[in-house]
Design a protein around this ligand. Structure first.
Ligand code: ZN
Length: 264
């Protein structure tokens, strides 16, 4: 007898509908699918593995049902399991949730994924996400054309936009230099950035890479490449987070805060 997974949820034969029910394996159903199509009863004691009427294995019934309906379900679980932060259990839960969703809602989700993959691409100028050739920021004439902010990913750009304090242009690197992960400068959009700065009329380039070893290394690499060009290179200020206290700040944060101190 093979127990199907170790999940507390099983694909249960609840009538003819595809419903996931709470079904702890230590209290399996008392009747097989043929003798209890409507109600999943729980055994009073642990270890009951056979139908009370025909003595066929309940687990085999589940296995049978799984093998009949599960090719699509397994594929969905497998695809969901590839998402970051989603393990096997979460993928199963999401898959069964999708199975229970209204068809229109589930198909709207599928359409949203398809549309994103078919219509969204990288802006040819700044490599932000765009639905056309260029993103909305590059096409906006009200943005300051002489200010360029370099970020690692489109989500970093979004965070800065949500802060609402920057009105210049951006350049998205699509990553950061990380030799340990096999990511070198040639895999990023650094060549395009240097070309853009050389050919453009930027007065200042702001390094807004993440304050990590790789982020700092990437910013240093780029600033060395831009050093020859007539442009001011700056980086985001860092320091003690508002609302925190000095005693809990680590020495790197305090060193950054002291170095980047401002006029009162
Ligand atoms: Zn753009």
């Amino acid at each position: 007898m093979r127990v199907i997974g170790r999940s507390r949820y099983a694909f249960a034969p609840l009538g003819q509908s595809a419903e996931a029910v709470h079904w702890p394996l230590c209290h399996p159903a008392t009747f097989c699918v043929h003798h209890d199509a409507q109600i999943i009863r729980r055994a009073a004691a642990c270890g009951v593995g056979r139908c009370k009427l025909c003595a066929s294995s309940l687990y085999q019934d589940i296995e049978q049902i799984m093998s009949e309906v599960s090719q699509s379900v397994s594929e969905l679980i497998s695809q969901l399991g590839k998402l970051p932060g989603i393990g096997r259990k979460s993928a199963e839960r999401l898959a069964y949730y999708i199975l229970r969703m209204h068809k229109d809602e589930a198909l709207a989700l599928a359409d949203a994924i398809r549309n994103v993959k078919e219509n969204v691409r990288h802006c040819r100028t700044c490599y932000n996400l765009a639905e056309g050739d260029q993103c909305a920021i590059c096409l906006d004439p009200r943005r300051k054309q002489d200010l360029l902010c370099v970020v690692e990913q489109p989500r970093d750009l979004l965070a800065l936009e949500q802060a609402g304090v920057y009105d210049g242009l951006y350049h998205v690197l699509l990553g950061r230099i990380s030799p340990l992960d096999g990511i070198g400068p040639e895999q990023l959009t650094i060549d395009a950035l240097v070309r853009r700065v050389r050919e453009g009329a930027f007065k200042e380039v702001i390094m807004a890479t993440n304050p990590t070893v790789e982020g700092d290394g990437t910013a240093l690499y780029i600033s060395n490449l831009l050093r020859e060009l007539p442009v001011r290179i700056s980086r985001l200020a860092r320091g003690v987070t508002p609302g925190s206290v000095l005693e809990f700040a680590n020495k790197e944060i305090l060193a950054d805060a002291m170095t980047g101190r401002q006029e009162f």
